[in-house]
Design a protein. Structure first.
Length: 206
């Protein structure tokens, strides 16, 4: 029995498995070769740009880089006095601890200059927490307000400031400069202003 001819159009014939798709062939009665080229280009799809290959790899996950901590500016004296009053009211209302640190610099030591207090102020601001308030109360004195801090923890901050000043400032100046400091916390019935005066008296005695 003779096989019947396959009347399926060439564009609808399935390509054999494991091989390339057969080229499109125009019928015998069609003599315009440009029509075949247009149909062949439509079947093949748009050409890929030269020099670029399709990436089949999965995209890499985004890498989160740690952000640098921005330096907290030092408070002006009016801002520090306002923060002291607010913290004093909060401490009296909720009974939370707070401490005061007073740092004094003996500027009469030989080999010191005007840059010494500025460097010490930078060290104090770097070692203090973001919630701590630091101000330059005078040319040779800094005040630090530490909310939610007991006296021993404030002493730890003062020791770190002394050590950092000895390593990063005093050694470069080549002079023996002492950083005098005192810590005070308000007792029962006292305010932060009372603790500030007590720390100032302790620094003066030292």
């Amino acid at each position: 029995m003779a096989e019947l001819p396959d009347d399926t159009p060439p564009s609808r014939r399935r390509a054999p498995r494991g091989g390339k798709r057969q080229r499109f062939v125009l019928p015998d009665d069609e003599h315009d070769e440009r029509v075949g080229e247009v149909i062949e280009a439509f079947l093949d799809g748009p050409p890929e740009p030269k020099g670029r290959r399709r990436s089949r790899t999965t995209p890499r996950p985004a890498v989160l880089r740690p952000t640098r901590r921005r330096p907290v500016p030092m408070d002006t004296r009016p801002d520090w006095d306002l923060a002291l009053r607010h913290e004093d009211a909060r401490m009296a209302r909720y009974g939370r601890p707070a401490s005061i640190v007073v740092i004094h610099l003996p500027l009469t030591a030989p080999g010191t200059d005007d840059r010494f207090p500025a460097r010490v102020g930078q060290i104090v601001r770097e070692l203090a927490r973001e919630t701590d308030r630091v101000t330059r109360a005078a040319a040779d004195r800094f005040h630090v307000l530490l909310p939610e801090t007991e006296g021993p923890d404030a002493e730890t901050l003062l020791d770190r400031v002394r050590q950092a000043c000895a390593d990063r400032v005093v050694g470069r100046l080549g002079a023996e400069v002492r950083v005098v400091g005192a810590v005070a916390s308000p007792g029962r019935g006292e305010t932060l202003h009372d603790a500030l005066r007590a720390a100032q008296v302790a620094v003066g005695a030292a």
